[in-house]
Ligand binder design. Sequence first.
Ligand SMILES: C[C@@H]1N[C@@H](C(=O)NCc2ccccc2)[C@H](O)[C@@H]1O
Length: 449
Amino acid sequence: KVSLVHGAHRTGRRTDAAMARWRAYGLGQFIHWGLYSIPGGEWDGKTYNGAAEWIRSWDGITKSAYDSLIYHFNPVKFDATAWAAAAQQMGAKYVTITTKHHDGFCLWPSKYTSYTVASSPYKKDLIKPLVDAYNKAGIDVILYFSIMDWSNPDWRYDIKTKDDSIAFERFKKFTRNQLLELLERYPTTKGLWFDGTWDNAWVKQAAFADELETEMRKMRPGLIIGSRFRADENGKRHFDTNGQLMGDYEQGWERKIPNTITEVHGNDWDCVMTVPENQWGYNAAWKGHIKTTDELLEMLAKCVSLDGNFVLNFGPKGDGSIRKEELSLAREIGDWMAVNQEAIYGCEYAGLEPQNWGYFTKKTGTDKIYMLVFNVPVSGALRVKLPVQTSISKAYRLGQPAQTFVPEEIQASESFIHLKTTSEKHPFVIVLETAKKTENPKVKYEKAK
Ligand SMILES: C[C@@H]1N[C@@H](C(=O)NCc2ccccc2)[C@H](O)[C@@H]1O
């Protein structure tokens, strides 16, 4: 272990109520919305092959042409209540919304730059109606904020000269001002999801970022900040020089999911996921592999089974409407959650040996185990290996408690649940009520005679 001033300030998981609430979410919604949503991955009849929200960095578009999009941003179809209703029906317990992406366009009327919605035909703050509508729907809000800001002349990829460092000092002040402004303006928000923090210039700001994180946490007790915000004084990100997680949860699972519990290192984490292979902002094309509802449900189940939250991305159009494909995914996920949410919300890693038929989750604080079945074996027999001295007292189909199962015990703490049919077309859940096998005190007494 080396001594660090700006490494992790806490080892192990946070144990406070605010973090326990975050840990229980299970399913979240990500929203990427901004000027990039207007072109939607196309410009002058040409198609940009990267992620649509990065189109400003493409050589097929001039920076000034992109920046002029601000004069065309007028989302007349924007309806925060409708967005929140779709998220609520889907079963999302929190939403992460872009306040400012890498292009620097602010969806709130920031005092510290003119590159905001206030300078667009729309004029009005977009973040407040979203925060209010989602909170009203019982959904918590986390604010996405990109440190990297291509619109700000003081931003630097690296600091090479005296001028760079003078400019970047201004940029640091600007960044702090905007973050404190967001916390002031939206006091009900629960956390900040930082992005665009990989550049050398920011990675060199260990002391500044550490102090800023402390200041924000003081300003908003319970505030949740992930591992992507700051680096330690050796430039180490996500995990400091001693391998300790920075921030409150691991934020490295972008478009990927861990396969084993060991990869999670006992930390909280979220997985942020796109529906297409790699499109966060609205992309007109909707091409390549588009994940199906069952694929997304399996990702959700896998994340919760490994102690993580699954945050599914939506990319509203420039006019403020949500594309029909995303609305139908939200509805289908919601239909499944309406029956099976008990196996997702407030659940965690069950501590059982993974089986090929799907995923185990356990209701936090109980011995209730859920079998989330995605791959029905041709045998129809689902193997379950419980901790020693644990037995199954009840087994039934979630949502259909009359559909019970009598486990076939094949050896100590190992059973088969035999399905009545192997022709299920969609994922389903079996609940196992388990109990610790206790020695029968009477027998012990007789032995004592
Ligand atoms: C959440 C996503 N993060 C942004 C991004 O630039 N990802 C690329 C990236 C992914 C992982 C490490 C560094 C950079 C994408 O534009 C989305 O906002």
